[in-house]
Ligand binder design. Structure first.
Ligand code: OSB
Ligand code: MG
Length: 367
């Protein structure tokens, strides 16, 4: 594979409805889309960094800066035997995993397309239906929340994740349990709590949640370990798991019992496969997270989710949950059984609709 030409676009897609987490509400997704060209084939990648540096330190602007000034210049015109080798050229660039991942994952898509194979096979797996979970943002009221859960369960989603923050935690969980009974239910705090909130977090224990995701600070494995000793609900870490070293440390320390993989957060498929191996060796349950991706990033996520340690439903949902229309045609759908089919065909199996992409593009740079 030769990285003959690269096109970077900043794309903006309105969300179907506002999505509110402990760090605020978003009404549109803005991201860098990558296209790597070689000999008529195109590999696609989507950068999961958001407009604001709230979930992580990266933003659309930092990703654009690092990609245009450092990452693309280091690989343009070069030939690689394997997509996983591309990242070797970026060892001098510290951090910026989301920017690196978008390019690395586009290279994986390109390699798979050139081999005429679905991406999941290159990653070491086979196509299989993926269990879809839904992530429900903070709602204006308990009634609004119960209506949303009803709608999403009717759409097929089997596992429900509620976003929580101080003041919106025990009451919504209690209300959902009271109304829907023993459904697979979990919560995600996006680092909104401190060790002083241990009593509130322990008050979630009676509700038999599958897990509580990232209750404490993004960079604090030690205090997560203390909290895990103090509560019964399994902790799952998202923000804190930045790669294989963090995954190993978190499991050694007892900071969590479940891991979430988002390839963007780790710097691409290479480190994600390494964390998957750690989870296998240590028998730790794994699930695939989501970052409100368009159909391009969503397709990458589905392919990675086919690996066998992804044993819990992921935040992999239908296109229409977030975007109508999505950037891709046809969109990704959830069946009435709550499963999503991995797009078939070479590579990730989907491409952006040219007209939609043109309409949604704010800025372009070609190398
Ligand atoms: O923490 O999992 C998260 C969305 C944006 C940023 C962080 C997170 C989320 C979600 C939505 O929970 C997951 C999805 O894409 O469905
Ligand atoms: Mg999360």
């Amino acid at each position: 594979m030769r990285i003959a030409a690269v096109e970077l676009s900043i794309v903006r897609l309105p969300l179907v409805r506002a999505f509110e987490t402990s760090f605020g509400a978003v009404t549109a997704r803005e991201f860098v889309l990558v296209a790597i060209h070689d000999d008529g084939a195109v590999g696609w990648g989507e950068c999961v960094a958001d407009r604001d540096p709230f979930y992580s330190a990266e933003s659309t602007a930092t990703a654009w800066h690092v990609m245009t000034q450092y990452l693309v210049p280091a690989v343009i015109g070069r030939t690689f035997a394997e997509a996983r080798d591309v990242a070797d050229q970026w060892r001098r660039v510290r951090g910026h995993p989301m920017a690196k991942a978008a390019l690395e994952m586009a290279a994986w898509d390109l390699q798979a397309r050139q081999a005429s194979r679905p991406l999941c096979e290159l990653l070491g797996a086979r196509p299989r239906p993926i269990a879809a979970g839904v992530s429900i943002g903070i709602q204006p009221s308990i009634d609004a929340l119960l209506d949303r859960v009803e709608v999403e369960r009717a759409a097929g989603y089997r596992r429900v994740k509620l976003k929580i923050k101080p003041g919106w935690d025990v009451a919504p969980v209690e209300a959902v349990r009271a109304r829907f009974g023993a459904i697979p239910l979990m919560v995600d705090a996006n680092a909104a709590y401190t060790p002083a909130d241990a009593t509130t977090l322990a008050a979630l224990d009676p509700f038999d949640l599958m897990m509580i995701e990232q209750p404490l600070s993004y960079d604090d494995l030690v205090r997560h370990a203390a909290l895990q000793r103090a509560i019964r609900t399994p902790i799952c870490l998202d923000e804190s798991i930045t790669g294989p070293a963090a995954a190993t440390d978190a499991l050694d320390l007892g900071s969590c019992r479940i891991l979430n993989i988002k390839p963007g957060r780790m710097g691409g498929f290479g480190p994600s496969l390494a964390v998957h191996e750690i989870a296998r060796a240590r028998q730790v349950p794994l699930w695939h997270g989501g970052m409100l991706e368009s159909g391009i990033g969503r397709a990458h996520n589905l392919h990675l989710s086919t690996l066998d340690r992804f044993v819990l439903p992921g935040d992999v949902s239908a296109s229409r949950r977030y975007f109508v229309p999505d950037l891709i045609e046809p969109p990704i759908d959830v069946g009435p059984d709550g499963m999503i089919a991995v797009p078939s065909g070479p590579g990730i199996g989907v491409t952006p609709d040219p007209g939609r992409l043109r309409e949604a593009t704010i800025q372009v740079e070609r190398f």
